[in-house]
Design a protein around this ligand. Structure first.
Ligand SMILES: [Zn+2]
Length: 528
């Protein structure tokens, strides 16, 4: 009697209908492997999902592959190790090196968060909150990383082989090709734009049975801005800011955006477009990550990147005392975290500079709704920082052309270059509108394009479309995919309370008038 063929399946535990919590589980018979194990990031209810148990048994995984170092792909790995996974985690050498700094930093923030919440007086009788994971968990996990170069085949378990391809997103980022039984699968990971100034464009094979592609910007095309044009706008911003005599503050993410900025600034200094600039990198994590970039300079698309990242005009600020000493400076360029002004040393630079009309705050990254960065960008005249009310008098500027993500036409081009896809194309890692818009752009009668929901399982067989075998949990789906009506309900519940908290009647009316204006602006804005 012949053995029945082993069943293969794919389950979506995160980044389905949302952009965070990337985690896909591929099974073949008894063997299960994981692609990414990322944090859910965003509203509190979504972040609570990080604390719920894994939907699979971590002790039974045969292997884990990590696409790149961003926490929404890697940030739950220490928890996976803490819950019993002690096998290898395959990733590129650069990703492994970046994680040496990113995961301990994430663990430290988790520990501080738990401590802070346990200190609150109103929690006096509640049991203590445990951190999501500890520094010790992060250290354990780091020992499990198994670096592997792009293009090198590696065996996860008998019958399952894989290799990594450049995804062009951030240093070390990979797409993952997997051969399992008679099938070939490809997971895009996050894909970069064609004109990424730091790393080469994404490349991957075609002729797969199944492709899982990200759709973060599936509904948006960026105007074409060359690296030269972006540097020219940076030059103008720097010149204008320094001409006014105040400081230029630039909030930046530690991974990639800081290094892109440094290379742009070094290039402007080198060709004499800006002169006599004193540039302070006041972000310990960004400084360590810049060191990783310098060590991997040979992988970057920039000539002499290692020297440029150590330009003599750059001062890497070490301790908090040096950081505080920057308060007495003027005419300095200060790059600090966090990228959305939510924490880090940027907070005290804002306290010092927001009231100074000669200073400038330049945004070079996405500011999510509800963050301090977004509030300032949208024109708030006063903000609260560390319990203090601060007037915003400095100039607020933005350069929107920095991006580490492929836009809609680049995603379409990447997916079409993968054709023929013999089974199905799954679209993930996007909000509903982005997923639907990308699907529409790719649709053709002979193509199976699926938008999986969180918690869904699909049966896979060679050369034929995937078949859904298990539906997702509607409760989780609701948390992951809050629509505007949920947001509105929250807003409405708190509106009266928030207005009542404004003591002065005149100010309350001003707040209402301003909310009206915001709504009118949105109504009048042309849809693009
Ligand atoms: Zn990413």
């Amino acid at each position: 009697m012949t053995q029945p063929a082993a069943m293969s399946s794919l389950a979506f535990h995160g980044a389905a209908g949302t952009v965070t919590g990337s985690c896909y589980e591929l099974r073949h018979g008894d063997a299960a492997i994981l692609i990414d194990c990322g944090l859910f990031q965003g509203p509190r209810e979504l972040e609570k999902l990080n604390f719920s148990g894994f939907a699979f048994d971590p002790t039974r995984l045969a292997g884990v592959i990590l696409t790149h170092a961003h926490l929404d792909h890697s940030g739950l790995l220490p928890r996976l190790a803490a819950q019993g996974y002690n096998g290898p985690i395959w990733c590129t050498p650069a990703t492994a090196e970046l994680l040496q700094f990113l995961l301990p930093d994430a663990a430290r923030l988790n520990e501080q968060d738990a401590q802070r919440r346990n200190r609150r007086a109103d929690r006096a009788d509640d049991p203590p909150i445990e951190p999501l994971y500890t520094s010790a968990d992060a250290e354990t996990l780091l020992a499990q990383l198994r670096p592997v170069e792009f293009g090198t085949n590696f065996i996860l378990c008998p019958g399952v082989e894989a290799r990594l391809w450049n995804a062009g997103h951030v240093l070390g980022s990979a797409s993952v090709e997997i051969h399992i039984a008679d099938m070939r699968l490809l997971f895009s990971g996050d894909l970069g734009p064609h004109d990424n100034s730091l790393i080469g464009p994404a490349e991957s094979p075609s002729g797969m049975d199944f492709v899982v592609a990200e759709a973060t910007y599936g509904d948006r095309d960026r105007p074409d801005v060359t690296v030269e044009a972006r540097r020219a706008s940076l030059m103008l911003e720097v010149k204008e800011a320094l001409h006014r005599g105040g400081n230029l503050l630039i909030p930046a993410f530690a991974l990639e955006r800081t290094q892109e900025l440094l290379l742009d600034l070094a290039s402007l200094l080198r060709d004499g477009s800006i002169k006599d600039a004193r540039i302070f990198i006041d972000a310990p994590l960004a400084t360590k990550i810049t060191g990783v970039f310098a060590r991997h300079a040979h992988e970057l698309e920039v000539d002499a990147a290692a020297e440029m990242l150590r330009h003599p005009a750059f001062h890497f600020v070490e301790d908090v005392q040096q950081s505080r000493a920057l308060a007495s400076m003027s005419g300095a360029i200060i790059i600090a975290g966090s990228g959305m002004c939510e924490g880090g040393r940027m907070r005290h630079h804002l306290l010092n500079n927001l009231p100074d009309k000669n200073s400038t705050l330049l945004f070079v990254g996405y500011q999510a709704a509800g963050t301090l960065g977004r509030t300032i960008l949208e024109g708030a005249r006063r903000v609260r920082i560390s319990g203090e009310t601060v007037a915003v008098r400095l100039r607020v500027r933005e350069i929107a052309s920095y991006s580490a993500h492929a836009d809609k036409s680049e995603l379409v081009a990447w997916c079409e270059a993968r054709l023929p896809i013999l089974g199905s194309l799954f679209l993930t890692h996007g909000e509903d509108h982005a997923l639907a818009s990308l699907k529409q752009a790719l649709d053709a009668p002979d193509r199976s394009i699926l938008i999986p929901e969180i918690g869904e399982h699909y049966a896979l067989s060679p050369h034929s479309p995937a078949r859904r075998t298990h539906t997702g949990d509607p409760g989780i789906r609701q948390v992951v995919n809050r629509d505007w009506q949920n947001d509105y309900a929250d807003f409405e519940v708190n509106l009266r309370k928030k207005l009542a908290a404004i003591e002065n009647e005149q100010r309350r009316r001003e707040a209402i008038a301003r909310m009206r204006r915001v709504l009118d602006d949105f109504r009048d804005a042309r849809q693009s």
